[in-house]
Design a protein around this ligand. Structure first.
Ligand SMILES: Cc1cc2nc3c(=O)[nH]c(=O)nc-3n(C[C@H](O)[C@H](O)[C@H](O)COP(=O)(O)OP(=O)(O)OC[C@H]3O[C@@H](n4cnc5c(N)ncnc54)[C@H](O)[C@@H]3O)c2cc1C
Length: 332
């Protein structure tokens, strides 16, 4: 008999997990508390405008394809990727702009117009961080560190040192780049995760490098089409998504999750997966302290959260040809 999986939350995480497990022969049901699926990756439609609410572009396109490929589905039947070029267009307070193009010839021309020294510095920066990315990919990014001891294996530590990611982004970037505008463009990336580039580890320098070397894409129709594509794949593979179905509790017996309670109904499953935020899951969905490990209420309340963003969704009557898909305004 098929093993049953109950997934709490129909965000991109819950939906892609559902697709992968369905293709491996599990019986999967996704429970979403909202009326629509997608979680943070959602859409605001206000005719004639349609906005992606959060995610609008993506890096590491192969990860998005992989969900389909590993489930024996052809992603081309579900989504279409469109390359973003320039990868970034940066506007500055003094009225200048820098285009970081995909095309190396154009890129070098743009960088040389800043200075030959910065052009050389940028290429060296790409090459150095690329090397770290290859090490990080092999030893960290695709590994699950299930126990702390896994991280402290000698081979892992040696490779962690090779990535030299413990110094700050500023220390790393200022070694290669002298132009303040180019520096600021490379530095702002760690703000995505709410970390100061002057204090946080330089690991976030991977973001502009991976974007530059592997490209940035958007999805035809907007990022919400990826959510719709996952929904279709779940239906094609025989899974089920229940919206308007909040989960109130994860049932645990003998140290094992055995089901959920949703709308006062007990639903049993062999495996329970929570796609909801981790602190919320521990605090709200697991009721008994003895099953929370160290994540009891007091610990959750003491956790520090990084800040998010302030977003305006503007429907414009006029076209602004100087704007591209991925624009960054650095005004200080
Ligand atoms: C401002 C902003 C901009 C971003 N831009 C980008 C970008 O350009 N590119 C990019 O790749 N990423 C971007 N992201 C990140 C991306 O949006 C998120 O990483 C992604 O949407 C998270 O998906 P998730 O499935 O992990 O979580 P979520 O989307 O949070 O999904 C969790 C789901 O669980 C549901 N849920 C919670 N509790 C319960 C319950 N008790 N019962 C049932 N259901 C429940 C929620 O309703 C939700 O649907 C951005 C994020 C923000 C905030």
């Amino acid at each position: 008999m098929k093993k049953s999986v109950l997934i709490i939350g129909a965000g991109i995480g819950g939906l892609s997990t559902a697709v992968r497990l369905l293709s491996k022969g599990y019986d999967v049901k996704v429970y979403e508390k909202e009326k629509n699926i997608g979680g943070k990756t959602n859409q605001l439609v206000n005719y004639p405008y349609t906005f992606d609410l959060t995610a609008s572009i993506l890096m590491n396109r192969q990860i998005y394809e992989e969900v389909f490929r590993e489930s024996n589905l052809d992603y081309k039947n579900y989504i279409e990727f469109i390359q973003v070029d320039p990868v970034y267009r940066c506007f500055y307070a003094d009225g200048s702009l820098i285009n970081l193009n995909r095309d190396l010839v154009l890129l070098i021309k743009n960088l040389e117009s800043i200075s030959k020294e910065d052009a050389i510095g940028y290429i060296k920066f790409l090459s150095d961080v690329y090397e770290r990315y290859i090490i990080a990919n092999e030893h960290f990014l695709n590994n699950t560190f299930e126990e702390p001891i896994d991280f402290f294996k000698p081979s892992t530590l040696v490779n962690a040192l090779k990535t030299k990611s413990l110094s700050s982004s500023y220390d790393l970037i200022s070694k290669y780049i002298k132009d303040e505008r180019l520096q600021k463009f490379l530095l702002y990336q760690s703000l995505y995760v709410g970390i100061s580039p002057y204090e946080g580890p330089s690991i976030y320098s991977l973001v502009p490098v991976v974007s530059q070397l592997y490209g940035i894409y958007h999805i035809k129709g907007g990022m919400y089409y990826y959510v719709k594509a996952l929904e279709k794949a779940i239906s094609d593979l025989g899974g089920e998504i229940r919206t308007d179905s909040p989960v109130d509790e994860i049932l645990i017996f003998d140290n094992k999750a055995i089901g959920i309670i949703s709308k006062d109904k007990e639903i049993n499953g062999d495996i329970v997966i929570s796609n909801a935020d981790f602190p919320y899951t521990m605090d709200e969905l697991i009721k008994d302290n003895s099953h929370k490990g160290k994540y009891i209420k007091e610990k959750i309340e003491k956790m520090k959260y990084t800040c998010s963003t302030f977003i305006l969704y503007l429907g414009l009557k006029k076209k602004y040809p100087e704007l591209n898909v991925h624009n960054v305004y650095i005004l200080r």
